[in-house]
Design a protein around this ligand. Structure first.
Ligand code: RUB
Length: 353
């Protein structure tokens, strides 16, 4: 297995590859400033729902370490949590992590904790470890769903860089590849920011997988030709009824998969499940700047004055999802009750966003 770069915490610093620069440049960021982490999340230097959650937790630790113990430290951490929570709205993992950090902060602050940063660090490390474990379990549970000789299609990027561990949907695909089951992986380039072309293809090629890059609009044609046996995506938020918010274009793929009787699998840790959001209608979908569509690689491709609509995510109704592959188990329809049971089995009852 290729040693893929991951979020790394050591000596009071967070290290990560700037995903916005890959694959052309491998720029390693090393920082002890929570504002640098927040900026990276906003600009997609750190992206992918679980990775955002892990990085934000460490960022709160960085804020705590920047101040001596006392009320000033607690205030600085609260400000950092607010700042981090404003970076991106859709991935629920960000809010779940920040809520866990806030709980620890308030417990420690009210007790006049002189060792607050160490206690916050323990929570951040736990969030990171839980994500690593979740990724491994998702791969183990998902790989058997890919029968030998399969060709699969994936969208956006759900590999190691998108998590604190080995990845979600892409980790399933890689595990199935190692078991000899995957023939070809078709990768949607994932307009407009090309997470598929830049990141998924990058990880798969390093692993020696037969990888075919397609434009997003080629997917329907491929499915019609019968060249895809299953579709695999991640999730930024899964509502209580099983509706899935994920990278824009996921809904299109789900409709196409249903039209061609191809299974549509969503792989995500249970930290991505948001029981407080009843259905996908309640999920805030981030809109990004029009320049992400009116330009390509920094070069303007559309006329001055044209408007662009740039939602970063869409919602796939649960009726189009074959199964949710989580670290707590593979969930098939009807999702609602089973999801509720799964969350109940979590080691902590911290899912409150
Ligand atoms: C990322 C995206 C990913 C999910 C799932 O969007 O849609 O599919 O975060 O990641 P962006 P994972 O690039 O805009 O952050 O499967 O690792 O949970």
């Amino acid at each position: 297995m290729v040693n893929r770069p991951r979020l790394e915490w050591s000596d009071g610093k967070l290290r990560y590859l700037d995903q916005s620069r890959l694959p052309h440049e491998s720029v390693l960021i090393e920082t002890d400033d929570h504002r640098v982490v927040a900026r990276s999340i906003r600009t997609l230097g750190i992206r992918g729902a679980p990775a955002i959650g892990v990085a934000a937790a460490y960022a709160v630790v960085l804020a705590a370490r920047a101040c001596g113990a006392g009320p000033e430290q607690a205030r600085h951490c609260r400000d950092a949590i607010t700042h981090l929570s404003e970076t991106r709205p859709t991935a629920v993992n960000l809010f779940v992590s920040l809520e866990r950090m806030r709980e620890q902060l308030e417990a420690g602050a009210s007790a006049g904790d002189a060792d607050l940063s160490r206690r916050l660090e323990a929570i951040a490390v736990a969030i990171h470890r839980e994500d690593q474990d979740a990724c491994a379990r998702i791969a183990a549970l998902g790989a058997p769903l890919i029968p030998p000789g399969s060709s699969v299609l994936t969208h956006c990027h759900t590999g190691a860089l998108a998590t604190g561990g080995g990845g979600t949907a892409l980790n399933v695909i890689l595990e199935a590849f190692r078991r000899g089951s995957v023939r070809t992986v078709y990768v949607d380039e994932t307009r407009p920011l090309l997470q598929g072309a830049r990141l998924t293809a990058w990880e798969l090629v390093q692993e020696g997988v037969d990888t075919v890059l397609i434009t997003d609009s080629t997917a329907g044609h491929l499915l019609k030709l019968g060249r895809v046996d299953s579709v695999w995506v991640g999730a930024d938020r899964i509502a209580a009824n099983g509706d899935v918010a994920n990278k824009i274009g996921t809904y299109t793929l789900a409709v196409l998969a249903a039209r061609h009787n191809v299974p549509m699998y969503v792989a995500a840790p249970v930290s991505t499940v948001d029981l407080l959001t009843v259905s996908g209608d309640g999920i805030t979908l981030e809109e990004r700047g029009s320049d992400e569509v009116t330009s390509f690689g920094g070069v303007q491709v559309a006329p001055d004055g044209v408007r662009a609509y740039v939602p970063a995510f869409d919602v796939t109704p649960h009726t189009l999802v074959t199964a949710l592959v989580t670290d707590a188990g593979v969930v098939r329809p009807p999702f609602g009750e089973t999801l509720r049971d799964l969350i109940g089995q979590r080691p902590r009852a911290e899912v409150n966003r």
